[in-house]
Design a protein around this ligand. Structure first.
Ligand code: PGA
Length: 251
Protein backbone atom coordinates (compact mmCIF):
# COMPACT_ATOMS: atom_id res chain seq x y z
CA UNK A 1 0.00 0.00 0.00
CA UNK A 2 1.36 3.38 -0.95
CA UNK A 3 -1.34 5.40 0.69
CA UNK A 4 0.18 5.77 4.15
CA UNK A 5 -0.58 8.34 6.84
CA UNK A 6 1.38 9.93 9.65
CA UNK A 7 -0.86 11.84 12.06
CA UNK A 8 0.31 13.94 14.99
CA UNK A 9 -2.04 13.99 17.99
CA UNK A 10 -1.01 17.00 20.04
CA UNK A 11 -3.47 16.13 22.83
CA UNK A 12 -3.87 18.90 25.46
CA UNK A 13 -0.70 20.73 24.47
CA UNK A 14 0.26 23.99 22.74
CA UNK A 15 -0.73 27.58 23.23
CA UNK A 16 -1.45 29.45 20.02
CA UNK A 17 2.12 30.70 19.52
CA UNK A 18 3.52 27.20 20.14
CA UNK A 19 0.98 25.65 17.78
CA UNK A 20 1.71 28.12 15.01
CA UNK A 21 5.47 27.59 15.29
CA UNK A 22 5.11 23.79 15.29
CA UNK A 23 2.71 23.72 12.33
CA UNK A 24 4.94 26.09 10.35
CA UNK A 25 8.03 24.00 10.87
CA UNK A 26 6.27 20.76 9.92
CA UNK A 27 4.82 22.40 6.81
CA UNK A 28 8.13 23.91 5.74
CA UNK A 29 10.27 20.83 6.36
CA UNK A 30 8.09 18.24 4.66
CA UNK A 31 7.62 17.84 0.93
CA UNK A 32 4.33 17.78 -0.95
CA UNK A 33 3.89 14.04 -1.35
CA UNK A 34 2.58 12.16 -4.33
CA UNK A 35 1.51 9.40 -1.98
CA UNK A 36 0.77 9.38 1.71
CA UNK A 37 -0.78 11.97 3.99
CA UNK A 38 0.45 14.11 6.86
CA UNK A 39 -2.20 15.09 9.40
CA UNK A 40 -2.02 17.41 12.40
CA UNK A 41 -4.52 17.14 15.27
CA UNK A 42 -4.08 20.20 17.50
CA UNK A 43 -6.45 21.07 20.36
CA UNK A 44 -9.76 22.78 19.45
CA UNK A 45 -8.55 26.21 20.59
CA UNK A 46 -5.86 26.39 17.90
CA UNK A 47 -7.54 24.56 15.00
CA UNK A 48 -8.36 27.82 13.32
CA UNK A 49 -4.84 29.27 13.58
CA UNK A 50 -3.23 26.01 12.48
CA UNK A 51 -5.66 25.92 9.55
CA UNK A 52 -4.35 29.30 8.40
CA UNK A 53 -0.89 27.73 8.20
CA UNK A 54 -1.71 24.43 6.56
CA UNK A 55 -4.54 25.37 4.21
CA UNK A 56 -3.56 24.97 0.59
CA UNK A 57 -0.52 22.94 1.68
CA UNK A 58 0.00 19.18 1.71
CA UNK A 59 -0.99 18.91 5.39
CA UNK A 60 -4.50 18.00 6.53
CA UNK A 61 -6.14 19.12 9.73
CA UNK A 62 -7.84 16.84 12.28
CA UNK A 63 -9.76 17.40 15.49
CA UNK A 64 -9.20 15.17 18.51
CA UNK A 65 -12.89 14.63 19.29
CA UNK A 66 -16.39 15.45 18.07
CA UNK A 67 -19.92 15.38 19.47
CA UNK A 68 -22.68 13.38 17.83
CA UNK A 69 -25.35 16.09 17.65
CA UNK A 70 -25.53 18.92 15.13
CA UNK A 71 -26.15 21.79 17.52
CA UNK A 72 -27.93 22.79 20.69
CA UNK A 73 -27.62 22.82 24.45
CA UNK A 74 -24.51 20.65 24.88
CA UNK A 75 -22.19 22.81 26.94
CA UNK A 76 -18.56 22.25 26.12
CA UNK A 77 -19.13 20.11 23.03
CA UNK A 78 -18.10 20.70 19.40
CA UNK A 79 -20.16 19.70 16.36
CA UNK A 80 -19.02 18.34 12.98
CA UNK A 81 -20.12 21.55 11.24
CA UNK A 82 -17.91 23.57 13.58
CA UNK A 83 -14.93 21.35 12.78
CA UNK A 84 -15.47 21.62 9.05
CA UNK A 85 -15.85 25.36 9.40
CA UNK A 86 -12.31 25.64 10.79
CA UNK A 87 -10.82 23.44 8.09
CA UNK A 88 -10.84 19.92 9.54
CA UNK A 89 -10.76 17.02 7.11
CA UNK A 90 -10.34 14.35 9.77
CA UNK A 91 -11.49 13.68 13.31
CA UNK A 92 -9.95 11.26 15.80
CA UNK A 93 -12.63 9.21 17.54
CA UNK A 94 -12.43 6.89 20.54
CA UNK A 95 -8.88 7.57 21.67
CA UNK A 96 -8.12 5.50 24.76
CA UNK A 97 -7.64 8.66 26.83
CA UNK A 98 -11.22 9.66 25.96
CA UNK A 99 -12.43 6.19 26.84
CA UNK A 100 -10.50 6.19 30.13
CA UNK A 101 -10.92 9.74 31.46
CA UNK A 102 -14.19 10.77 29.81
CA UNK A 103 -16.02 7.45 29.91
CA UNK A 104 -16.50 7.08 26.20
CA UNK A 105 -17.98 3.72 25.35
CA UNK A 106 -18.11 1.67 22.17
CA UNK A 107 -21.67 2.97 21.80
CA UNK A 108 -20.73 6.66 21.94
CA UNK A 109 -17.77 5.96 19.66
CA UNK A 110 -20.23 4.47 17.16
CA UNK A 111 -22.55 7.51 17.40
CA UNK A 112 -19.59 9.79 16.77
CA UNK A 113 -18.36 7.73 13.80
CA UNK A 114 -21.85 7.79 12.26
CA UNK A 115 -22.18 11.53 12.77
CA UNK A 116 -18.65 12.27 11.59
CA UNK A 117 -18.92 10.24 8.39
CA UNK A 118 -22.46 11.46 7.76
CA UNK A 119 -21.21 15.03 8.00
CA UNK A 120 -18.38 14.48 5.53
CA UNK A 121 -15.52 14.20 8.01
CA UNK A 122 -13.05 11.36 7.67
CA UNK A 123 -12.72 9.36 10.88
CA UNK A 124 -9.59 7.99 12.52
CA UNK A 125 -11.06 5.39 14.88
CA UNK A 126 -8.84 4.30 17.79
CA UNK A 127 -8.89 0.83 19.31
CA UNK A 128 -6.51 -1.07 21.57
CA UNK A 129 -6.23 -3.33 24.58
CA UNK A 130 -4.95 -2.56 28.08
CA UNK A 131 -1.88 -4.22 29.57
CA UNK A 132 -4.06 -6.45 31.70
CA UNK A 133 -6.06 -7.57 28.68
CA UNK A 134 -2.86 -8.40 26.81
CA UNK A 135 -1.51 -10.35 29.78
CA UNK A 136 -4.73 -12.35 29.90
CA UNK A 137 -4.41 -13.00 26.17
CA UNK A 138 -7.80 -11.43 25.35
CA UNK A 139 -6.51 -8.60 23.14
CA UNK A 140 -8.10 -9.95 19.96
CA UNK A 141 -11.42 -10.43 21.71
CA UNK A 142 -11.35 -6.87 23.10
CA UNK A 143 -10.18 -5.18 19.91
CA UNK A 144 -12.58 -7.25 17.78
CA UNK A 145 -15.53 -5.96 19.83
CA UNK A 146 -14.25 -2.37 19.69
CA UNK A 147 -13.99 -2.55 15.90
CA UNK A 148 -17.36 -4.20 15.35
CA UNK A 149 -19.19 -1.82 17.66
CA UNK A 150 -17.46 1.30 16.31
CA UNK A 151 -18.42 0.28 12.77
CA UNK A 152 -21.93 -0.93 13.55
CA UNK A 153 -24.35 0.38 10.91
CA UNK A 154 -21.55 1.84 8.75
CA UNK A 155 -22.04 0.63 5.21
CA UNK A 156 -18.71 1.45 3.61
CA UNK A 157 -15.12 1.78 4.66
CA UNK A 158 -14.53 4.92 2.61
CA UNK A 159 -13.20 7.71 4.78
CA UNK A 160 -12.36 5.38 7.66
CA UNK A 161 -8.86 5.01 9.08
CA UNK A 162 -8.23 2.67 12.01
CA UNK A 163 -5.55 3.37 14.62
CA UNK A 164 -4.44 0.38 16.66
CA UNK A 165 -3.06 1.84 19.87
CA UNK A 166 -2.31 -0.62 22.65
CA UNK A 167 -3.08 1.35 25.82
CA UNK A 168 0.08 0.05 27.52
CA UNK A 169 2.21 1.57 24.78
CA UNK A 170 0.73 5.09 24.82
CA UNK A 171 3.06 7.65 26.34
CA UNK A 172 5.03 4.93 28.12
CA UNK A 173 8.05 4.58 25.85
CA UNK A 174 7.13 0.86 25.56
CA UNK A 175 6.11 0.37 21.95
CA UNK A 176 4.66 -2.87 20.65
CA UNK A 177 7.20 -4.86 18.68
CA UNK A 178 6.64 -4.79 14.95
CA UNK A 179 5.58 -8.46 15.13
CA UNK A 180 3.02 -7.80 17.90
CA UNK A 181 1.62 -4.82 16.03
CA UNK A 182 1.50 -6.65 12.70
CA UNK A 183 -0.39 -9.53 14.28
CA UNK A 184 -3.08 -7.16 15.59
CA UNK A 185 -3.26 -5.17 12.35
CA UNK A 186 -3.72 -8.40 10.41
CA UNK A 187 -6.44 -9.42 12.85
CA UNK A 188 -8.22 -6.04 12.51
CA UNK A 189 -8.13 -6.30 8.70
CA UNK A 190 -9.67 -9.76 8.90
CA UNK A 191 -12.43 -8.58 11.24
CA UNK A 192 -13.30 -5.74 8.85
CA UNK A 193 -13.04 -8.12 5.90
CA UNK A 194 -15.88 -10.23 7.33
CA UNK A 195 -18.24 -7.30 6.76
CA UNK A 196 -16.70 -5.31 3.94
CA UNK A 197 -14.92 -7.91 1.79
CA UNK A 198 -11.88 -7.17 -0.33
CA UNK A 199 -12.06 -3.37 -0.08
CA UNK A 200 -10.56 -3.91 3.35
CA UNK A 201 -7.17 -4.06 1.67
CA UNK A 202 -7.47 -0.36 0.95
CA UNK A 203 -8.13 0.67 4.55
CA UNK A 204 -5.25 2.31 6.34
CA UNK A 205 -4.49 0.83 9.75
CA UNK A 206 -2.11 3.04 11.73
CA UNK A 207 -0.05 1.96 14.70
CA UNK A 208 0.08 4.27 17.72
CA UNK A 209 1.97 4.05 20.99
CA UNK A 210 5.43 5.50 21.63
CA UNK A 211 6.30 5.86 17.94
CA UNK A 212 9.67 7.55 17.36
CA UNK A 213 11.97 8.14 14.38
CA UNK A 214 13.98 5.19 15.72
CA UNK A 215 11.20 2.60 15.74
CA UNK A 216 8.97 3.72 12.85
CA UNK A 217 11.15 2.04 10.20
CA UNK A 218 10.62 -1.44 11.55
CA UNK A 219 6.91 -0.90 12.17
CA UNK A 220 6.10 0.31 8.70
CA UNK A 221 8.15 -2.48 7.18
CA UNK A 222 5.20 -4.72 8.12
CA UNK A 223 2.56 -5.57 5.52
CA UNK A 224 -0.51 -4.43 7.44
CA UNK A 225 0.89 -1.29 9.07
CA UNK A 226 0.06 1.75 6.97
CA UNK A 227 1.39 4.55 9.08
CA UNK A 228 1.37 5.96 12.58
CA UNK A 229 -0.65 8.02 15.02
CA UNK A 230 2.00 9.86 16.98
CA UNK A 231 1.55 11.56 20.35
CA UNK A 232 4.61 12.72 22.28
CA UNK A 233 6.98 12.68 19.31
CA UNK A 234 4.62 14.93 17.30
CA UNK A 235 5.14 17.80 19.74
CA UNK A 236 8.71 18.41 18.62
CA UNK A 237 9.16 19.29 14.98
CA UNK A 238 12.49 17.40 14.74
CA UNK A 239 11.05 14.09 15.88
CA UNK A 240 7.80 14.38 13.92
CA UNK A 241 9.67 15.39 10.77
CA UNK A 242 12.11 12.54 11.46
CA UNK A 243 9.21 10.07 11.48
CA UNK A 244 7.82 11.44 8.21
CA UNK A 245 11.27 11.27 6.58
CA UNK A 246 11.66 7.63 7.59
CA UNK A 247 8.23 6.96 6.14
CA UNK A 248 9.05 8.52 2.77
CA UNK A 249 12.37 6.67 2.58
CA UNK A 250 10.76 3.31 3.30
CA UNK A 251 7.82 3.56 0.93
P1 PGA B 1 2.36 8.47 22.19
O1 PGA B 1 0.78 8.68 21.99
O2 PGA B 1 2.98 8.52 20.84
O3 PGA B 1 2.77 9.61 23.08
O4 PGA B 1 2.54 7.14 22.85
C1 PGA B 1 0.10 8.07 20.92
C2 PGA B 1 -1.35 8.43 20.95
O5 PGA B 1 -1.92 8.51 22.04
O6 PGA B 1 -1.97 8.65 19.90
Amino acid sequence: MTNWMVAGNWKMNTTSSEAIALAQSVRDATPRLSEGEIVLAPPFTVLSSVNEIVKGSHIKLAAQNIFYEDKGAYTGEISPAMLKDVGCTYVIIGHSERRKYFHETDETVNLKVKKGLGSGLKCIICVGETEEEREKGVMEFVVGIQIKKAMSGIEALDNVVIAYEPVWAIGTGKNATSAEAEEMHHFIRNVLGETYGDVVNKVRILYGGSVTPENIGELIGMKNINGALVGGASLKSETFIGIIKRMTEKR
